[in-house]
Design a protein around this ligand. Sequence first.
Ligand code: GTP
Ligand code: MG
Length: 460
Amino acid sequence: MFEALSDKLSGVFDRLRTRGRLSEEDVSEALREVRLALLDADVALPVVRDFIAKVRERAIGAEVLDSVTPGQQVVKIVNDVMIDSLGGAGAVPINLNAAAPVPILMVGLQGSGKTTTAGKIARRLKERERKKILLASLDTQRPAAQLQLQQLAEQAGVPSLPIVMGQTPVQIAQRAMDTGRREGYDVVILDTAGRLSIDLELMQEVTQVRAATSPAETLLVVDAMTGQDAVNTAKAFNDALTITGVVLTRMDGDARGGAALSMRAVTGAPIKLIGVGEKQDALEDFHPERVAGRILGMGDIVGLVERATENIDQEEAEKLAQKMMKGKFDLDDYAQQLKQIGKMGSISSILGMLPGAAKMAQQLEGKDLDTKIFKRQAAIISSMTMKERRNPDIIKANRKKRIAAGSGTSVQDVNKLLKQFEDISTMMKKMGKLGQKGLMRHGLSALMPKGMMPQNRRPF
Ligand SMILES: Nc1nc2c(ncn2[C@@H]2O[C@H](COP(=O)(O)OP(=O)(O)OP(=O)(O)O)[C@@H](O)[C@H]2O)c(=O)[nH]1
Ligand SMILES: [Mg+2]
């Protein structure tokens, strides 16, 4: 996500930060580069102009240029302006404030990801909010479309409206709402047919469905990979039917970021969710401040902690935190940690969320390095006796040879693991001294990805 843009901007910022003093000229030069980077990322021209003007206005002020760290200040201003263009602080949740069954209408061009997203939202509302969801396909364009939604509904574990051939989209929508009322559903998600381009017929169909159901949300689904086109599509849809929110799909691809950065300014509608893969759990809230952090290479620490908390056993994490604080962390605990990391997903995706680590993540990408290292390390530890795990100091040459043979690795690998473990232990003792607050302040960045997990609490 946003790698190219992030790379370019971090180059500009590195240069800014390392300068002691900044002149107006320096700032202008940096802004020229920011401008080019944004244009390259396919951000709409008026949005770029506005962006640069805002940053310039705030950055040229005497307080910034005369401050001790002008470079940092300028970076912060860019960060603030970027959060604004992405829609301001905080994610905007799906609006369910209406009488049940709450209708949610999915609209968008062909292949943008409406049906997939309908399934993802159904699953999320069911699992996270314990809502009773009904999925209904109003797609009479493609013969298999209604079956596709039925299958997705099965995967999500939610019911779908029985298929009745020959009904019009409006008739299906009405039947869905009737069923929803009669059977006590909380939410009815209406998936419409896409068209290759925005045409009168599509707009009429959607307008009629909307009149018949008064949805609480009209969610426009657009493909982030289409860049400027995504924004133009959104504008056209919004002009014709006033959308209430945008879902940007395929953010897992190499979308350049332009769509995300222009969407709010051009349509006025908030990006509510992003699709980051084909699987049903590949749906994330859109947090402008976190996305800005990722783009500017400052990392998405909160996202990382959330990912960790979703995947890590609460009790395990508590126990571990205790041990850490007391400096009693042994190789057996380390092996547990390796398992937890495995659950969190690939290391490159975790690295991508860490400040300054985006580049490293890219280098790792595709090298299949990810979990192999951890599996190997786990194998090494499992070849140790309990005594060795508790007191790694006793592991000398002979034991190393035995462990390497037992785990199908080399003595060098064993050494590497022991060294890494020692580093972690040293660091943890330091952290223990700093206490829990220090741990959070100094960041997970110091701990990850060597094998430590954050505690199961939000740092903020
Ligand atoms: N990588 C990736 N693929 C996605 C994402 N969202 C959807 N897709 C894929 O995009 C393709 C089209 O998705 P659909 O949900 O069928 O699109 P649609 O808008 O319903 O298409 P029509 O009903 O034909 O208009 C499918 O292969 C999906 O798996 C995403 O966030 N990331
Ligand atoms: Mg569809």
